[in-house]
Design a protein around this ligand. Structure first.
Ligand code: FES
Ligand code: FES
Length: 156
């Protein structure tokens, strides 16, 4: 079965005919070509596929595209403005929150969702908010510093 999916992706209205069983991550990467969203485990374990749906972090490997009917989906590609990084991207860049970088788009989107819900998160809030995202490289300290730096910049 197929569905006419109408939604916004990164602020742009889209109408696409999709299979009912198409995963959101495959819709984003293969139908639209937004490959910033990564597939790590493909099973809800790593968070590399995190995007925002109506402003809240969601594992796109566990989400059917058809369930996003009428919703607003945001990927890491949405964050920059005219080539200028968003605060959370700058935080990761300046605090060295990325090493191999594979987890980074998912980390950034999880952090972006956290900061929208809680603009002044404590370290415990950040650890809890990022608990669904796994990084094999950084040891997490730099990631937490990146989110703290972004929160500071946004709060100024
Ligand atoms: S690819 Fe979705 S949680 Fe790992
Ligand atoms: S930077 Fe390599 S997995 Fe996180």
């Amino acid at each position: 079965m197929k569905t006419l999916l109408s939604l916004t992706v990164n602020g742009r209205q889209r109408d696409d005919v999709v299979a009912d069983n198409l995963l959101l991550v495959d819709y984003l990467r293969e139908t639209i070509g937004l490959t910033g969203t990564k597939i790590g485990c493909d099973g809800g374990e790593c968070g590399a596929c995190t995007v925002l749906v109506d402003g809240r972090p969601r594992h796109s490997c566990l989400t059917l595209a058809a369930t996003c009917q009428g919703r607003a989906v945001e990927t890491v590609e949405a964050l920059e403005t005219d080539g200028r990084m968003a605060a959370i991207q700058r935080g990761f860049h300046e605090k060295l929150g990325a090493q191999c970088g594979f987890c980074t788009p998912g980390m950034i989107m999880a952090a972006e969702g956290l900061l929208r819900a809680k603009p002044k998160p404590s370290e415990a809030d950040i650890r809890a908010g990022m608990a669904s995202n796994i990084c094999r490289c950084t040891g997490y300290v730099k990631i937490i510093e990146a989110v703290q730096a972004a929160a500071e910049e946004l709060g100024q």
